[in-house]
Write a protein that binds this ligand. Structure first.
Ligand code: FAS
Length: 392
């Protein structure tokens, strides 16, 4: 089989890219190793940045989020020195989040892509991307029936995440991977419980971090910092809720709304960035380009941004014969990625004490306390926070 652009992965990056290429009349195919039902129900991100909403609106992809997304603009910090709220929607550039679960966005993007004639091959795993140093790259695949297959294309877009075939296919020595293990582990969970705060909750506690993020009026995501290597099922539900209540200082500010834990996963907070993001005819976007920790909700937003940049560059090249956008793609996206990485890293250091108990940790803990005081009292610091927290 042959097409103009083969897109690996039907996540936010791959499906935004597919829709934008489709809108411009460029022939493309999306290869997705999972079944359709799986990607339409897989819960992940939930906070869309204002710029992400603008991108989706620009391309007629925002109907679902306008129908059932909820605008959100407050976060609340709870610390040993008390609690304070930041109405970030009234700070910085005055931008707010839209709370809209990623699986609903993926479902909207998929439905629109297929309705406009787009092709997605589900249960089709990309195995390798070949000949990226030529203008006829190809993708070998394992079809749904297990048989091998092959796609020829003019370009390949690696939107298949950090463990996908695109990363695996990068020629040895052709890419520099900047990696950071932040030394922090979260037990992330989804609870069948209404939100306990009308804000994103960040609890900074000597026992560890706890986070509260609404997803819908009946489902709330929580994070609770745990020891590295903790199995996802190690904590009973009762222990989870008791620990969350303790760290969120439920006795002072009101107990959390408890409910059944319907999903849990342990995630080690790490980040990485690949440089460059272009390898001949192969382009990386989304998590395939760089993983940003879920602290500060940047991953899905970067994926949408990079997809729009790549789509514009591919259209310029394939329709107008202008390759300037493709030549500039990597540097342009990396500037956004590093801004997001820097803020996410700052947030991790703000919310988590240093691991280890040596003297420097008391120094770092005092730094952290001072940062929180500055965020509580300094308007310019709050403007900086708001601009980066919602910006991409
Ligand atoms: P995705 O991983 O979404 O999509 C890649 C697709 O490629 C997948 O469907 C996969 O099945 C497919 N694939 C992989 N290998 C393949 C192959 N060889 N062949 C074919 N298909 C292949 N981000 C936020 O902004 N906020 C959050 O709150 C947040 N919470 C998260 C919670 C969890 C538990 C996880 C895991 C991630 C979270 N993220 C969050 C990050 C997440 O949303 C990603 O940044 C986002 O999904 C990135 O989108 P894509 O790059 O499209 O990759």
């Amino acid at each position: 089989s042959a097409t103009d652009v083969v897109i690996l992965g039907a996540g936010p990056a791959g499906l935004v890219l597919g829709n934008l290429l489709q809108n411009s009349g460029i022939d493309c195919v999306v290869l997705e190793r999972a079944e359709r039902a799986h990607i339409q129900t897989r819960a992940r991100a939930g906070f869309l940045a204002a710029n992400t909403v603008r991108i989706l609106e620009r391309h007629g992809l925002a109907e679902g989020l306008h129908r059932s997304g909820r605008v959100h603009s407050t976060c609340e910090f709870r610390t040993a020195d008390g609690r304070f709220r930041l109405d970030y929607g009234g700070l910085g550039r005055g931008e707010r989040h839209t709370v809209y679960p990623q699986q609903q966005l993926v479902t909207d993007l998929l439905t629109r892509f297929l309705a406009s004639g787009g092709r997605v091959d589900f249960a089709t795993e990309a195995v390798a991307v070949l000949d990226t140093d030529t203008d006829r790259p190809s993708v070998t695949v394992r079809e749904a029936d297990g048989h091998p297959g092959r796609w020829a294309a003019r370009y390949v877009a690696g939107c298949d995440g950090r463990h996908g075939a695109a990363r695996r296919s990068l020629p040895a020595g052709s890419v520099r991977r900047h990696h950071c293990d932040h030394g922090v582990t979260w037990l992330g969970l989804l609870a069948e419980a209404p939100p306990s705060l009308d804000a994103v909750g960040y609890a900074v506690h000597e026992r560890g971090f706890a986070g509260h993020m609404a997803r819908t009026s009946e489902i709330t995501r929580y994070y609770v910092q745990c020891e590295r290597g903790t199995p996802a099922d190690a904590w009973s539900e009762e222990r989870i809720w008791d620990e969350l209540d303790l760290r969120m200082r439920g006795t002072e500010y009101g107990p959390l709304h408890r409910g059944r834990v319907v999903e849990r996963a342990v995630v080690d907070l790490e980040s990485d960035v690949l440089e460059p993001l272009r390898h001949g005819s192969l382009f990386l976007a989304g998590d395939a380009a760089g993983l940003v920790s879920p602290c500060a909700a940047k991953g899905a937003n970067l994926a949408v941004l990079e997809a729009e940049i790549l789509a514009g560059a591919l259209v310029d090249d394939l329709v107008h014969g202008d390759s300037e956008g493709l030549d500039a793609y990597s540097a342009r996206c990396l500037a956004y990625i590093w801004r997001a990485q820097e803020f996410s890293h700052w947030m991790i250091r703000l919310l988590h004490g240093p691991s280890g108990s040596d003297g420097t940790s008391s120094f770092h803990n005092s730094l952290r306390r001072s940062r929180l005081t500055s965020l509580r009292t300094s308007r310019s610091h709050q403007d900086w926070f708001a601009e980066h927290y919602v910006g991409v």
